[in-house]
Design a protein around this ligand. Sequence first.
Ligand code: GRF
Length: 200
Amino acid sequence: MRTAILISGRGSNMVALIEAAQAADFPAEIALVAANLPEAGGLERARLAGIATAAVDHRPFGKDREAFERKLDEVLRVNQIELIALAGFMRVLTPWFVTRWQGRLINIHPSLLPLYRGTHTHARALEAGATEHGCTVHFVVPELDSGPMIAQAKVPVLPGDDEASLSARVLEQEHLLYPEALKLVASGEVRLETGAAAGG
Ligand code: GRF
């Protein structure tokens, strides 16, 4: 499965996916890393790993999210991409894009979804006095951080934790979880159910 990773930042999850995909029996090939910010640090890391990169700056498109996505979509199609893994991609995607890639678009979110959708998840977990926290890989649907779960990993919240220590503990799990989840989707072991509503 020709897979693109979309990033906005440092790309540590991207590196974990690239490394995992180097195994001969891994069912996804990382064929492209694309960023919405040309200055995203992960682009250079991808280049160093020998992966094709693209930058589609969202800023010239202003408020026209779909125009930005049409450009991004074009880059993905030119590169014959079949599956997309969002890894710290900080743009909300429109229903147009999400529907187009339905079932072939996954994301990692730093919380035990459905808890703490959106940003500042670690601070919010600490504030709520949570005793456990973690990360979730899910299919992307138009509603933010809401699609069906593919895999989840838990970590304990320890006495004395702050945002930095907790996010570091979660990130370590993200780097293990995301390659496993990508494997499940790329191999076809896990699929997004569409059509009839799933009961229960
Ligand atoms: C990760 O915590 C991921 O869960 C969230 O954004 C962060 C990206 O980090 N969606 P990195 O760029 O992969 O290092």
